[in-house]
Design a protein around this ligand. Structure first.
Ligand code: SF4
Length: 69
C-alpha cells in the first residue's frame, strides 16, 4: 500500500489550529501550543485530510510526500 510522509516545519508554526480543525491527524501540543502530526507516515485513507491540512495552513509549512516503494 502506498505510504506518505508528513513533513512539518515546526519552528515556523504559528499555532493557529487550522490543521487540527480539518484533520484528526493534527493536534496542538499543550506545552507550547504548536501543531504536531499524530502520525508522520500515513496511508491513502488519510491522504485527503492531511492534504487539506497542508492547504489550509496559512504559513504553508505542511507537506505530504509520497514514499517511493
Ligand atoms: S495550520 Fe499551520 S501554522 Fe496553523 S497550527 Fe497547523 S501547522 Fe501550525
Amino acid at each position: 500500500m502506498t505510504k506518505f510522509r508528513i513533513v512539518h516545519d515546526r519552528p515556523n508554526c504559528i499555532a493557529c489550529g487550522a490543521c487540527a480543525a480539518v484533520s484528526k491527524n493534527w493536534t496542538l501540543e499543550t506545552e507550547d501550543g504548536l501543531a504536531d502530526p499524530v502520525r508522520d507516515v500515513i496511508d491513502e485513507s488519510e491522504l485527503a485530510e492531511n492534504q487539506e491540512a497542508a492547504e489550509v495552513c496559512p504559513v504553508f509549512i505542511i507537506s505530504v510526500n509520497k514514499i517511493e516503494d
